[in-house]
Design a binder for this molecule. Structure first.
Ligand code: TRP
Length: 338
């Protein structure tokens, strides 16, 4: 039996933090053997919410490639590619945009939320409303069976299935696969201040931080606010450093840590020193590979180009089927132009 296909994308909006590594990347890495994997840099999606700040787009793309290879994505196993180098994504987005009813887009939760919450950027654009339509095109061009994403993306998957059904219905065809979202086990890693780890909160530990910067950030992780002196007993449940321990340290040592916190047997400074050791034990291999790949931008991009070539061949086959279903058979002409 052939392998099921996985596809997922990541926006090139900037530096990756530990939450991204644990939440998304490690999950992707773990699927490489079992599935036929396609992972891509969603640089057009990054543009949708940042169209006026483009200075860093290129650096971000390279940084994303470095992080992917360092985390263990393997171009020999997975097809790694760049969205904006495959015009088929844009073309299918156009076809989908013709058949997608406006209310379907206006009711997407991520859209409504961003509209209410984001104040420092203007998102009242056609492209931003159509963001999930582009995402649908990304997914179905490769006929992906599963799409590993965070829980916030599930409505986009639902919308993708709705667009697929509508397309099949209108054009009397059955070419696409209805994709399913695939939630990974996401460790609960808060930011250093206890809120969600996020670039916009300034509480994130980045893969691009130096080891010293990471150590300093770990040292500053918030602990139980009621534990003022070392001799005060603490409550691990109210301690952000303990939440980190739960992600990075093993269960046995966490039992001891919790006990020594409650009995004031160990101070927070010592506790966070141990935490730093656990964190590095886990991410050192990634950091070492980062040193390797960040010194090799050419090789990094080449890995992505190679995958892009492979992915484009798949995408253009699907687009031919799409255009033949719509009876707008221009694919063969397009080929002869290039
Ligand atoms: N919207 C996704 C995110 O912000 C990124 C993305 C774009 C994506 N296209 C995709 C994810 C296709 C999965 C499949 O995380």
């Amino acid at each position: 039996m052939s392998k099921k296909r996985i596809l997922s994308g990541m926006q090139t909006t900037g530096k990756l933090h530990l939450g991204n590594l644990l939440g998304a990347l490690e999950n992707w890495v773990s699927m490489q053997d079992e599935y036929d994997c396609y992972f891509f840099a969603a640089d057009w999606h990054a543009l949708a919410s940042n169209y006026s700040q483009t200075d860093e787009l290129k650096d971000n793309l390279l940084d994303l490639g470095v992080n992917w290879l360092s985390a263990g994505l393997d171009p020999e196993k997975s097809t790694l590619f760049i969205q904006s180098l495959i015009p088929e994504h844009a073309v299918l987005h156009v076809y989908f945009s013709m058949i997608t009813p406006l209310p379907w887009l206006e009711r997407v939760p991520s859209y409504k939320e961003k509209m209410e919450q984001v104040v420092n950027r203007d998102l009242h654009t056609y492209g931003f409303l159509g963001y999930p339509v582009l995402q649908a095109a990304d997914i179905v061009l490769y006929k992906a069976d599963y799409v590993p994403v965070g829980i916030d993306q599930l409505p986009h998957l639902e919308l993708t299935r709705e667009i697929v059904r509508r397309f099949h219905d209108i054009y009397k065809t059955n070419i696409f696969t209805e994709p399913e979202g695939k939630l990974g086990s996401v460790p609960k890693l808060p930011g250093a201040d206890g809120r969600k780890m996020s670039k916009s909160y300034g509480n994130a530990i980045y893969l691009s931080d130096t080891r010293d910067e990471m150590k300093a950030k770990i040292k500053n992780i918030v602990t139980d606010p009621a534990r003022i002196r070392k001799t005060d007993p603490g409550d691990p449940e109210k301690c952000v450093a303990y939440a980190f321990h739960e992600v990075f340290s093993d269960e046995e040592s966490n039992k001891v840590t919790a006990e020594e916190c409650k009995t004031a047997g160990r101070g927070c400074v010592a506790c966070k020193k141990e935490l730093a050791e656990s964190v590095f034990r886990r991410i050192d291999p990634v950091l070492e590979r980062r040193e390797y790949w960040s010194a090799r931008p050419k090789e990094t991009l080449e890995a992505l180009w190679e995958g892009t070539r492979k992915a484009r061949a798949v995408a253009s086959e699907t687009l031919k089927e799409v255009e033949s279903a719509i009876k707008i058979d221009i694919s063969s002409f397009r080929d002869s132009l290039s």
